[in-house]
Design a protein around this ligand. Structure first.
Ligand SMILES: [Fe+2]
Length: 436
């Protein structure tokens, strides 16, 4: 605890001197004062560890003086020196906590030294104890503060992680959508060269998806069917324009042999893309026939993958309904009759049944819609065509039920300049369809 400072307060100089003599060799720092007033000044100036004060002094008594010391320096040990006559006053002071103890005059030097030594030891213990308590309290406070900070940081990190997760799942959704968009663009490139009109693969994909869903396939399987439907004719990239310009019925034997390669080329061309292996298989078999007479592998009935059976029926339906060549086109009624006849021959009967149900619902929906005739320049994006749109030379520009997009409007205007569209355009009345 270092060197202790003792202060002796007495108006009699000989007492001060004898006290100094007693403690000279004890290793203390010694101070003296001849009155309470002077003693108080010393206590303010210096840190005093212990005071020995006489009781009887002019001006301020010892007890009064020590009472003041207690106010300004409560940790200073206060001992009073008193004659027998003043013992009562000293005891009262002890009881009031103002004085540590009293020593009667004349004192025994050894007793006095021992008393001072023990008093200081006890005080040092109390101070050390208090210091340790204070330290513990401070450390606890710091720990609490750290915990609060930590909790805050954990909360912030959790929020951050949650935000990142949301970003990731949005990114993933975007990626999936971009992927489907890319596939659609890819497929439409093939259709530029083919004898279909409009967005054949898009329509085949929409119906195939609905049938797959109605069949009860899980989400991944439905998506595979949809992607395969979009890409089913991608293999036509490898077939010459001369062959593609003809319908299957018009092709010669060699041309058919070449044409029948397109499902295999289709499978091969997407085989390199991860996760499209299943899709590749569905594409390979989209021209198989229920009775085993199809190509390329002559698979039969349940041996044909379900997705391929679905795409086969929808593909045939849309191809018959939307041929580019006017003369080869048949009515919707005739197409449905051919689908029905093909049940159990070319097509999976169950697939056709589900497909017919879907078409029926669509027919009912269509029947409820009111068609109106509008002028060509009234055509707007989002309108739905109620009738096939032909040029005056009989070229089908857009099939019925297509939702009009800006690209359609541009196409119509371009054609109109060289091959006019007469008699306006039939669309469904927006109020009746619920679409604008
Ligand atoms: Fe095909």
């Amino acid at each position: 605890m270092g060197e202790h400072t003792l202060l002796f307060v007495d108006d009699e100089e000989n007492i001060q001197r004898s006290l100094q003599r007693v403690f000279r060799k004890e290793g203390y720092n010694l101070l003296t004062a001849s009155s309470g007033k002077e003693g108080l000044e010393k206590v303010v100036q210096t840190k005093v560890d212990l005071i020995l004060s006489d009781q009887r002094m002019p001006g301020m008594s010892g007890v009064e003086f020590l009472r003041e010391v207690r106010k300004t320096s409560p940790d200073t040990v206060r001992i009073i020196l008193t004659g027998y006559a003043d013992v009562q006053a000293a005891m009262d002071a002890i009881n009031q906590g103002e004085v540590y103890r009293f020593i009667t005059k004349p004192w025994n030097d050894q007793d006095l030294k021992l008393t001072v030594k023990r008093a200081l030891q006890q005080r040092d213990l109390v101070l050390e104890n208090r210091r340790l308590n204070e330290l513990t309290r401070k450390q606890n406070e710091e720990l609490k503060e750290l915990n609060r900070d930590l909790e805050k940081k954990v909360q912030e990190r959790t929020k951050e992680i949650r935000r990142k997760n949301e970003e990731l799942s949005k990114l993933y959704t975007d990626l999936e959508e971009n992927f489907l968009d890319s596939i659609r663009v890819f497929a439409s490139l093939v259709e530029l060269r083919d004898s279909y009109i409009g967005s054949h693969s898009k329509r085949v994909a929409a119906f195939s998806r609905s049938i797959a869903e109605k069949w009860g396939l899980d989400e991944k399987e439905v998506l595979d069917v949809e992607i395969a439907a979009i890409l089913h004719d991608i293999g036509k990239i490898g077939i010459s324009d001369k062959v593609l310009a003809k319908s299957y019925e018009e092709m010669g034997q060699e041309e058919r042999r070449v044409y029948e390669q397109h499902p295999i080329i289709g499978q091969a061309s997407i085989q390199i893309i991860d996760n499209l292996q299943e899709v590749g298989v569905l594409i390979r078999h989209h021209h198989e026939s229920w009775d085993g007479t199809g190509y390329p592998d002559g698979l039969k009935e349940d041996g044909i993958p379900l997705g391929s059976r679905i795409i086969s029926a929808v593909d045939a339906y849309d191809t018959m309904l939307n041929r580019r060549k006017y003369t080869q086109r048949v009515t919707r009624f005739q197409v449905i009759e051919r689908l029905k006849k093909g049940r159990g021959v070319q097509f999976d009967p169950e697939v056709v049944n589900i497909f017919l149900e879907l078409l029926e619902v669509k027919e009912i929906e269509a029947a409820e819609r009111v068609e109106i005739r509008i002028a060509l320049d009234q055509l707007e994006e989002g309108m739905i065509l109620a009738r096939d749109l032909y040029t005056s030379k009989g070229i089908l520009l857009i099939p019925k039920d297509e939702v009009i997009r800006q690209a359609h409007i541009d196409k119509i205007r371009n054609y109109h300049r060289i091959d006019p569209i007469v008699g306006g355009v039939y669309v469904y009345k927006p109020e009746a369809t619920g679409e604008v």
